[in-house]
Design a protein. Sequence first.
Length: 120
Amino acid sequence: MSSEAASPKFKVHQFSTLYLNEPIYFQVILLEDSVFVWMGNVLTLEALAVAMPPRNQSFNVNATNLLGNSPTDVDTNFAKRLASKFKRQFFVSSQLPSDPEHQVFAEREVFRKLKELLEQ
């Protein structure tokens, strides 16, 4: 029986940035075939969406809310864009103010980090 070291099945990346002098915190968890993204300025998990890339390019990305009830579908739409871009399943939770510019800024930070992590 060999005693080889097991490689981790997931990797956790945490980072933060400032938007208008207010911190935004991020956590990206890379799993074997999927990615979990949390971003916010309050440390809660009140909403969670999931999106799956299609197996066939002629179909759209499927997404749904798993937790919470977002009238704007911010998490669902962001999960769809991520799944479409990176061809993986994405779980997304955003705990940010409803200001669209705040959301766009945070999403750009996530895209930048994911490009760095997934396209190595």
